[in-house]
Design a protein around this ligand. Sequence first.
Ligand code: PMP
Length: 360
Amino acid sequence: MARSHNFSAGPTALPLEVLRQAHEEFFDFAGTGMSVMEISHRSEVFMELAYQAEQDLRAILQVPSQYKVLFVQGGASLQFAQVPMNLLGDKGTADYLHTGLWSGKAIQAAQRYCDVRIAASSKASGFDRIPAVTDWNLNPNAAYLHYTENETVHGVQFAGAPCVSVPLICDACSSLLSKPIDVAKHGLIYAAAQKNMGPAGLTIVIIDAALLDAALEVTPDILNYAHIANAQSMLNTPATFPWYLTGLTLKWIQRCGGIEKIHQTNQAKAELLYRTIDYSGGFYRNSVQAPFRSINNVPFVLADTAFEKDFLRLADQSGFKGLKGHASVGGVRASIYNAVTLLAVEALTDFMKDFARVHG
Ligand code: PMP
C-alpha cells in the first residue's frame, strides 16, 4: 500500500492504526452487524463509545471535574460566534489578542456581538511573534480574553497559557492534543478535530461549568453551551462517525504513551524542520521569532521565489502532499500534526536538502 507523506494543514493525516481499525470495523461495529454510521446515537453501544471518548480526552488532558466537555459541530469557525453569544453576559466587551489570520477571523466574527478590544497585536511586524505581555493592554472588565494558541497560517505559537484575571478563552484548533495544556487556567478551550484529533465534522469544547449561565438572549438553544451540556452533546443528532474516529485516535494517543510523549515527538519533528531551514545557507527562510515558532505548522519561503513552483511540483511527485502555503501568505507550509511521523519529516528534510543542493 502506497501511503503519501501528508503535510496538509487539515484535514490531514490520521494514524494508520486508527484507519486500519476503522477499516476492520467498518461493516460490523461491536458485534451489532451494522456500521457505526448506521446505528442510533442513542443506542447503548454508541452512548458507551461517546462516554469513553470523553473519559479518554479528560484523562489525556487532565481536565478538572468542574469542566464540561462538549462534542459539537460547525467547526472552530462557529465557535468564533458561539463564544461571544454564550459568554458575554451583561459585559458588552471582550479582549482579543491579534496574532495572525485565525485570531483575525475570531475578532471579525465577535464584532457582531460586542465591542471587541484588541489587547495586543503583532500585525505591524507581519505576525512574526506573540506580543510581549508587558505590551498587552488588558481590560479588567472584559467578559473574557480570547487567544489563538497556534496560528495555523503564520506558524506562530504561544509558549504557555497567558495569566489573566478574566476568563481565558483559547482557540486551540491546530494544537489541542499536540502538547499539554493547563486546562485549569482557561474558561474555555475549543478545537475542531481535523488537525490532531480525527476527521472534520466534530469540534471539542472544554468549558468551566461556572461560565454556563451568561448566554445572550438571542442564542439559539442548539448553540447554547448549557443546553448542550445538559443533553450530553446530543441535543440533536451528533456527528457520529467523526466522534467514533476521534475516540479511536484518543486511544492511539494513550497507546503512544500520552500527551507528554506525543509532545516530545512533535518537538523533535519541528526542531528537525527548523534546523533544516536555518542551516540551508539562506535557501529556505522562516521569519517567525524563535521562541514563538509553531510545532504544528512550519511555514517557509524559498529565498529565490522562482524555484517555489518547481519545489512544490517535485515534492508532490515525490509523495510529499499538502505543502502549498495558505493562499493569504503563499510560500510553503509543512503541517506536522500528531499523525505525521518523525520518519516522514526526515524524508521531507532529506528532500529539501537535495533540492537546495541542486538549485542553490
Ligand atoms: N482556528 C484555527 C487556529 C484554525 O486553524 C482553523 C482551521 N484551519 C479554524 C479556527 C477554523 O476551523 P474550521 O475550519 O473547523 O471552522
